[in-house]
Design a protein around this ligand. Sequence first.
Ligand code: ZN
Ligand code: ZN
Ligand code: ZN
Ligand code: ZN
Length: 496
Amino acid sequence: MTLQRPSLRTVFTEFMEDLHSALNDRGLTVTILPEKGRSLFTTRNFRPGEEIISQEPYVCVPNNSPVESRCDRCFASINLKKCSACKVAWYCSSVCQKSEWKLHRLECDALARLDKDRHKSVTPSIRLMIKLFIRRKLQSEKVIPMAATDNYKLVEELIDHMSGIDEKQLVLYAQMGTLVNFILQWPGMNVKEIAVNFSKLACNAHTICDSELRPLGTGLYPVISIINHSCLPNAVLVFEGRTAVVRAVQHIPAGAEVSISYIETAGSTMTRQKTLKENYLFTCTCSRCVKAQEDEIKESAILEGYRCRNDQCDGFLLRNSDDTGFTCQQCGLVRSKEDIKNIASKIKSISDEASTSLSSQSYAEALFMYEKVEKLQRILCHPYSISLMQTREKLLKISMELENWTKALTYCKLTISVYQKLYPGIHPLLGLQFYTCGKLEWLLGHTEDAIKSYTKAFDILRITHGTNSSFMKELLLKLEEARAEASYKLSSTDDE
Ligand SMILES: [Zn+2]
Ligand SMILES: [Zn+2]
Ligand SMILES: [Zn+2]
Ligand SMILES: [Zn+2]
């Protein structure tokens, strides 16, 4: 009798069992839903701010460009040195370089073989794919260990949506696959498989951000990828260095599905659905997306529509049936199509100039232009319009570059009032905006206001970001500093 090799089915089941028991220890389980596929569910209660799951990336890569580089290991941007052999990877220290060496050694050999003029085609996406195959190889050769939540089988399980992508994209993936194959030069590599993996990365990889949600790089976290999207999620994904951490933003009872948002949720249902369809190839059926058509029309008329001709009225406008203009649903005043068209085209041309000034870092000029845009948008758009809010976000950033704290504070407060409408309760962007507001008030000597803003920021961010990160410790320190100054001011007025 010959000894039988375990069938693929048994290997797969064993692997699923390992994953299930690893998740079970954390109070989680994977359930297959007919319309969504694999989904993460709770088996116990989670309180707001509690960590649901965290994961190291299977592979990750910084968003390096000719103008900005980061350490391949920790994403730091200071004290960087280029790997002398391949001249592609950067490291901030020998500690970081050493800890990446097992993975980078094979990549380094491959990249060092390339002609110099080929180097610019080695984009972060190409590197992520190269690292993916190298990590698979090293784990299968047992050079680096595997774990239930850290193995290539989890990558195999990811959805690729190959059947939903268009011809142009398929050709692009095939070209990228050919390049990866050319760089690695491994016998038996299959360009089709590489192309499928590019499609997987497109819908499963996560943008790694710092605590203030600025993008640093891209990583693949196959267990985190099981978590489905909702436009009204009960959890949030943040990063601590390269570690992905999912925290509950509300009480989640046992037996509930864990959800995060894949996209910026400020937007009308139509806009969100379009973004999800284009980037993740699915139609969202969350409670925010499935609502009465009249609510949907009202929502887009507020977020993306025009304001009433009477500037004291905050009614929303709907297009007239004869297409001659838009009527306010509150007071009945009509805005003509011509009037709207005129202002919109002015906004468009000034915005174009403004964005040119901004990208060439002519901040004073950009401020002048965007203030013109903001003024026109206030006349054209509904007070809760997203484009008006985005202009104010730009004005906030530009004012900060110019160290005009008073102006920055004005725009910061204006965005907060819209954020509070757009984002439900606990949202990292709202917390971060309160933090910025507090810093500006502190700089301007408005100590009491700063304490209020820092406290609001802390109440939100302790849930989304936890309390242990250095980012949160800094926030607490600033709050204590402001409180100390306030009580000093109070005691010195008492003395008088
Ligand atoms: Zn580093
Ligand atoms: Zn190298
Ligand atoms: Zn939705
Ligand atoms: Zn009105």
